[in-house]
Design a protein around this ligand. Structure first.
Ligand SMILES: Cc1cc2nc3c(=O)[nH]c(=O)nc-3n(C[C@H](O)[C@H](O)[C@H](O)COP(=O)(O)OP(=O)(O)OC[C@H]3O[C@@H](n4cnc5c(N)ncnc54)[C@H](O)[C@@H]3O)c2cc1C
Length: 385
């Protein structure tokens, strides 16, 4: 199944593309490649320019900063950002995860307060789920929300959090009660990050993106900061992650990388070499399959029938294809392909080198490949009952 764009949606894509092709946008993107992650002033300007047109979250209502469009327009924006090389973590975290969670589970007051600034690119958000002893299995999380008058105080340690150092709010999972049922007793809080009681330090890693190690040392939150029901955050987490995992971003990333590999192989004559040609052809087919699987999820969302198995298939397929393609990119490009974007001699703006560093993380973030296979085997094929 695929989604056929109507004339208005094609026109929407053309307009988004035109904005991202403007010289100032291209300069902001080029500057990002040279700066350490998190120091992205040009990028935030670009987000605001998209946001003032309602394009960051086009599927939200006008009241909340969107343009009353559908999941299709939202997917078009995600694809175009990646196609033009715009780092998309701010958008993914603010709109696709935290914004989506507030949109679906927030009170009217929370939506009015939080969604418009996120949609306009004036505020950013981050996610505080993972902990030193809780990753795939968030049921093991140990951050506690201790009762304090009519609210709570959060105590615990979160890590692998992206963008928390520039974010205004974070969606944080904490334990509000001990329960014999493992997944009961977890509550989601919308935590104002620039508050006393929040301490952060960077965790360096393979990619240009920095993770944050965040200590919550008694920060106070109130009933107004609870997203959904107290003790019932597990349902929200699962629903939001399944909706967010359309695979659109990773399939678009794979398509962009494949395009660069094919251009390089055409230039060097490797396209004519049977040893490479067959593998490139195979990966080309699999990238297209990733795009179709991703757009099946978009169609599900547009039609109001999200499907967590389709999401798991799309996420698993696109990120695993990207990983394979990244390895082939280095093989095809050789030593010059290992130069990063800051090096003037880098090939294709360093895309081959950065793909190699990004690929492993893509298969881990928002649910690892093994967990996706677990969902497919259990809920999709009924093999685990
Ligand atoms: C790029 C990136 C960005 C991230 N951003 C954020 C963020 O902003 N906020 C945040 O809170 N977290 C973030 N994370 C953390 C991410 O959610 C976790 O890395 C992920 O959930 C896996 O948890 P873990 O690293 O603790 O690994 P573990 O859960 O310990 O897993 C280790 C290995 O065991 C496998 N495994 C685990 N359980 C099973 C099982 N039941 N069956 C089979 N295999 C299993 C896993 O697949 C994995 O290979 C990010 C991670 C990455 C890579």
């Amino acid at each position: 199944m695929t989604v056929v764009l109507d004339a208005a949606q094609e026109e929407f894509r053309t307009q988004v593309c035109a904005l991202l092709c403007e010289e100032s946008a291209r300069e902001a993107v080029a500057e990002c490649r040279r700066l350490p992650a998190g120091e992205e002033p040009g990028l935030m300007d670009l987000h605001r320019r998209l946001g003032e047109r309602g394009w960051l979250a086009p599927n939200w209502s006008r009241r909340h900063g969107g343009i009353d469009a559908t999941a299709v327009e939202k997917a078009i924006v995600s694809e175009e950002l990646i196609r033009h090389g715009v780092p998309d973590n701010v958008h993914t975290l603010g709109v696709d995860i935290v914004g989506l969670a507030v949109h679906r589970h927030g009170t009217e007051a929370q939506k009015d307060r939080l969604l418009p600034p996120l949609a306009r690119g004036e505020a950013t958000a981050s996610v505080l789920f993972s902990e030193p002893d809780a990753g795939s299995d968030l049921g093991a999380l140990q951050t506690r929300a201790e009762p304090d008058g009519d609210g709570w105080r959060l105590r615990g340690r979160k890590w692998y959090s992206m963008k928390s150092h520039i974010a205004d709010i974070a969606l944080c999972a904490a334990r509000t009660s001990d329960s014999s049922a493992q997944y009961h007793g977890i509550t989601l809080f919308l935590v104002p990050l620039q508050s006393l009681g929040v301490m952060m330090r960077p965790m360096w890693n393979l990619t240009d993106e920095r993770f944050l190690d965040v200590v919550l040392d008694g920060i106070r939150v109130s009933r107004d900061d609870v997203l959904g029901e107290v003790d019932d955050g597990w349902q929200v987490i699962n629903q939001v992650l399944a909706l967010e995992r359309t695979g659109v971003d990773s399939a678009a990333r794979a398509a962009r990388l494949l395009d660069a590999v094919l251009r390089h192989a055409a230039k060097t004559g490797q396209l004519e070499d049977p040893a490479y040609a067959q593998r490139l052809l195979d990966l080309d087919a699999r990238v297209r399959a990733s795009q179709l699987l991703a757009w099946r999820c978009v169609a599900n969302l547009r039609d109001g029938v999200p499907n967590q198995v389709h999401s798991a298939i799309a996420k698993w397929h696109s990120t695993e294809v990207f990983k394979e393609l990244a390895a082939l990119a280095i093989e095809v490009s050789g030593l010059p392909g290992t130069l990063d974007a800051r090096d003037e001699a880098a090939l294709a703006d360093g895309i081959f080198e950065s793909a190699c560093r990004d690929a492993p993380g893509l298969t881990l973030a928002a649910g690892t490949s093994e967990i996706m296979l677990y969902v497919i085997a259990g809920s999709g094929l009924g093999l685990l009952s």
